[in-house]
Design a protein around this ligand. Structure first.
Ligand SMILES: *Cc1c(COP(=O)(O)O)cnc(C)c1O
Length: 448
């Protein structure tokens, strides 16, 4: 199956040097000279290779990956089913442009998406290169279909870094500051964020829905709204899980008012949350679903999948792009989808979620700086606060991250208030490796 010319990378943590080691430090100095200072860096080690849930840096440190390259290598880094298909595809051809001369891989990925995404209606898809590009296309198609302009988005939302998607994204720093002017006809609605909800918890769903629909009616006019776009669990915003009933309520309101209901499943999609797609948790059938990140095992690919009549409403030539649905990325996606199905990774995401949630909940009982544990499946987060309050505590979070880095564990952060630690492990991680990484996290809190 694999065409690896090297020994498999041991699935174990190994600390060979301090992190960054001398070779990484030297390479990072070159990075500083050559690469824009506008790019951040979550983990200061330069990677030589990676497999499964382990990344090895150029100094020989083996790091446990609890981030999956931001929820991308869901099927594990360099998954053999992905790698072998990539090699085969690259040897066959590297590019034609699908709108110049088509190929089977693109068609097969669209067929798979139309089948896998929820909704018992005829669907069609298009492929792009990035989540942001797919979100842009989703909005463009919804506007063309409805002949309406307004787009409804939510507090804490993240939809990308291009001009339109910056406008859709909620958080100013670092995503928007100084990068405007932004696109118009974007309307931001309140998001029920359970941990920080100041109203009555018992009526949160009904109150939030009433608030949103009131604002739409009074401030926009429902008949002017082309689309409501929402992440079924907000990613960059801090893994905010909407209360039960909120997504079905929005979806129903959209249907009643001829609005295209778009689920941005870029981070939540492809088995991550213990379903293929997070909206399945409440049996929501969005008119349109945007996917990317976990779709192709690390290769750049994204998609818009929607009701056939919506996707077909654009004139010929209205949609496209040079690289969208590149044949090698399509082959990788078919490999990743095969891995999800045959290695039962949807089920595995649930098991990982159980382990993560139990351990994190136990830590929250011990360490009062952990204010909240939330998420679904292999998408879990903790919110770090000043003990005895809900005040964000980014300083404590930074210490914890630093400790984990020094001990070879990669974890990511998130959150509107910059105080959320999020876990997006590859679904091929073993229980042992996951528990070892969580043990180091526990030590990090103990060392605060
Ligand atoms: C990452 C992300 C995007 C943007 O995807 P890119 O591939 O980085 O352009 C959009 N929406 C959500 C929910 C995301 O998590």
């Amino acid at each position: 199956m694999t065409s690896h010319s090297h020994e498999p990378l041991p699935q174990s943590r190994h600390i060979a040097t301090e992190i960054p080691g001398p070779k990484s430090a030297q390479a990072l100095a070159r990075r500083k000279e050559a690469v824009s200072a506008g790019l951040g860096m979550a983990f200061p080690a330069v990677i030589a290779r990676a497999e499964g849930a382990i990344m090895e840096d150029i100094d020989g440190n083996r790091i446990i990956d609890l981030g999956s390259g931001i929820g991308v290598v869901t099927v594990g880094n360099a998954n053999p089913r992905v790698v072998s298909r990539v090699i085969e595809a690259a040897q066959a051809f590297t590019h034609t442009n699908f709108t110049t001369a088509p190929y089977l891989g693109y068609i097969e990925v669209c067929e798979a998406l139309n089948k896998l995404t929820p909704g018992k209606f005829a669907k069609k898809s298009i492929l792009q290169n990035s989540g942001a590009e797919a979100v842009e296309n989703a909005i463009k198609i919804a506007r063309h279909y409805t002949k309406r302009a307004a787009v409804v988005v939510f507090e804490h939302a993240y939809h990308g870094r291009t001009n339109l998607t910056m406008a859709l994204t909620a958080k100013n720093m670092p995503y928007k500051e100084g990068f405007g002017p932004f696109a118009n006809e974007i309307y931001r609605m309140p998001m029920p964020y359970a941990y920080r909800w100041t109203g009555d918890a018992a009526t949160m769903t009904a109150d939030a829905l009433a608030d949103v629909t009131h604002k739409i009616e009074k401030e926009i006019g429902a008949k002017n709204v082309a689309a409501i776009i929402i992440e079924p669990i907000q990613g960059e915003g801090g893994f905010i899980v909407p209360p039960k009933g909120f997504l079905p309520g929005l979806s129903e309101y959209a249907t009643q008012n001829g609005i295209v209901f778009i689920a941005d499943e870029v981070q939540t999609g492809f088995a991550r949350t213990g379903n293929y797609f997070a909206v399945e948790d409440e049996n929501v059938e969005p008119d349109m679903i945007v996917t990317a990140k976990g779709i192709a095992g690390g290769l750049p690919l994204a998609a818009v999948t929607a009701r056939a009549e919506i996707m077909d409403s654009s004139h010929i030539g209205g949609l496209g792009g040079t690289y969208g649905g590149n044949p090698i990325a399509c082959a990788a996606a078919l490999g990743a989808m095969e891995a999800i199905a045959e290695d039962k990774l949807v089920e595995r995401a649930r098991q990982i979620g159980k382990i993560l949630n139990e351990r994190l909940t136990a830590m929250a009982a011990k360490y009062s700086v952990i204010g909240d544990v939330r998420g679904r499946g292999a998408m879990q987060a903790i919110e770090i606060v000043v003990a005895g309050s809900k005040d964000p505590n980014p300083a404590a979070m930074a210490s914890v991250i630093k400790y984990c880095q020094a001990h070879g564990v990669l974890i990511l952060t998130a959150g509107t208030y910059g105080n959320v630690i999020r876990f997006l492990p590859p679904l091929v991680i073993s229980d042992e490796l996951l528990v070892e990484a969580l043990g180091i996290l526990d030590d990090a809190f103990a060392a605060l």
